[in-house]
Design a protein around this ligand. Structure first.
Ligand SMILES: *Cc1c(COP(=O)(O)O)cnc(C)c1O
Length: 473
């Protein structure tokens, strides 16, 4: 080995850097939890940020990687701060983050059993547990994959394979999927990737609670059939991304069973209620879906990306990809759960099951229950606080930890004022919230992802927005 490689692989350097890094991160956690003056987001525009890093890069190599870690930390968004209330990404449990470093160093690739002697069995155990909590029977099975977007695409590919047999031959039929107009954009993207085009994505309108109007499914199916489309899948959102609305999965299941259409439930965010006695009722009917997606990196405390894709029928999960890969396995048609790559888009895949298994073994599934209950209860509480405040109004009564609301003022252009309030919040950095557009109206939006967020933070947020709106900030 030449000397650079020797240095890069030195166990002693690793030991020292590792201890220093843990100290840096532990200090960061402590500051995020206690330092009231910490900015959640140190916002600068993209060009400025690029210039900064370009200059840094041009300075050449450093012998102090800790200074670099520290700099990146300072300039990043702080999800561990309770005033982080933005996008639906977990503030990961620190133990699960440690597991990420651990699995990165081991780097067992998982595609075949020999490259995942532990991670393949752990994947089976954690997905079996999730399937059981959703309410599936022992014929169900699951896998982990890199994100809800990829998992939804994979499920639609399975739906197509099962419904049409498309694989050796390309599709000669015009295929379509039915989905609520509030579904995550990745469903639309997946359908287009699969060649369905915009006509093949049949968007079902939503009601005033932003749930799919399931009473329209029959009519839309008939119209599609008359136009020569074969509908292969109907997708229910549990919940939708913008407003956190849960579709009526029982009604969708009835419809799908009647017409023998694949029923896919997108529970990327809200499928986590499978671990909550208080909120499980929201996913009633999910156990009748042919496939279900749940992100562990949203509502289950795990760092990105870790997504479960559960199938009601084990054997169907092997129909998605039918090609042979002689150097990996000899027989594609056998149901070998332990060769991960047979059922996943990825070939090489992170040992993501370790993160979930470690959390379950250390804290029990009750840690998921506690988290879901706390954040969902807080969402509802925030709804009540907004309702009681004449300066604000809700877009809808929150069903979960996603809350859409806006500032209201007589005689003002509300879209303009709320967009301004969000921009000001971003620039200021004390809170991180986002915005969304619902039926042409601009709303402020929070996802209460951080388990340390308390009612007081939400009261402070409204007060801060109110002060700015009145020109006092
Ligand atoms: C976040 C989300 C997705 C996308 O998942 P990623 O893990 O971000 O790829 C899909 N569907 C819903 C309902 C979501 O909330």
């Amino acid at each position: 080995m030449d000397s650079l490689l020797q240095k890069a692989y030195s166990p002693e350097e690793f030991r020292k850097n590792g201890h220093d890094l843990i100290n840096l991160l532990a200090d960061h956690l402590a500051a995020a939890q206690t330092d009231d003056s910490q900015k959640v987001i140190p916002f600068i525009n993209a060009e400025e940020s690029l210039n900064y890093w370009q200059e840094d890069f041009e300075k050449g190599t450093t012998d102090n990687p800790m200074a670099l870690f520290s700099d990146i930390l300072e300039r990043s968004t702080k999800l561990q701060n309770p005033r982080y209330m933005g996008h639906q990404v977990s503030a990961p449990a620190p133990l699960a983050a440690l597991a990420t470093t651990f699995i990165s160093l081991l780097n067992n690739g998982m595609a075949v059993y020999e490259m995942g002697l532990v991670s393949n069995p752990l994947e089976r155990i954690v997905t079996n547990l999730l399937a059981k909590r959703i309410g599936f029977d022992e014929n169900a099975t699951g896998l982990l994959t890199s994100g809800g977007t990829l998992a939804n695409l994979t499920a639609l590919l399975t739906a197509r394979a099962v419904q049409t047999g498309v694989w050796e031959e390309g599709s000669t039929e015009k295929l379509a999927v039915m989905v609520s107009e509030e579904a995550h954009y990745c469903i639309d993207r997946a359908a287009r990737i699969m060649g369905m085009g915009s006509e093949g994505i049949i968007k079902i309108p939503v009601n005033e609670k932003f749930q799919m109007r399931t009473e329209l499914l029959e009519e839309y199916l008939q119209a599609a059939t008359e136009k020569g489309f074969k509908v292969i899948c109907v997708v229910g959102s549990a919940c939708s991304t913008s407003t956190g609305s849960y579709d009526d999965l029982v009604a969708i299941a009835d419809f799908a069973e009647k017409h023998q259409i694949w029923f896919h439930a997108d529970g990327a965010h809200g499928g986590a209620v499978a671990f909550s006695d208080q909120y499980r009722h929201l996913i009633k009917g999910m156990e009748r879906a042919d496939s279900v997606v749940v992100d562990f990196h949203k509502m289950l405390l795990i760092p990105a990306l870790t997504t479960a894709l559960i199938y009601k029928k084990d054997e169907q999960s092997y129909q998605t990809f039918q090609q042979k890969a002689q150097y990996l396995w000899s027989n594609q048609s056998s149901t070998e759960w332990f060769n991960s790559g047979k059922r996943t888009f990825e070939c090489t895949k992170l040992m993501m099951s370790v993160k979930v298994y470690l959390m379950l073994k250390t804290y029990g599934e009750e840690v998921f229950t506690e988290y879901v209950d706390k954040t969902y209860n807080l969402g509802k509480r925030f709804g009540a606080i907004i309702e009681a405040n004449p300066n604000f109004e809700l877009a809808l009564a929150p069903e979960c930890n996603i809350v859409c609301f806006r500032y209201v003022q007589e005689g003002k252009n509300l879209n303009e004022i709320n967009a301004k309030l969000r921009a000001k919040t971003l620039e200021d950095g004390k809170f991180y919230i986002v915005q969304t557009s619902l039926k042409g109206q601009t709303y402020l939006r929070v996802s209460l992802m951080n388990p340390q967020t308390e009612e007081k933070d939400l009261v402070d947020l409204l007060e801060w927005i109110g002060r700015f709106a009145e020109g006092k900030e």
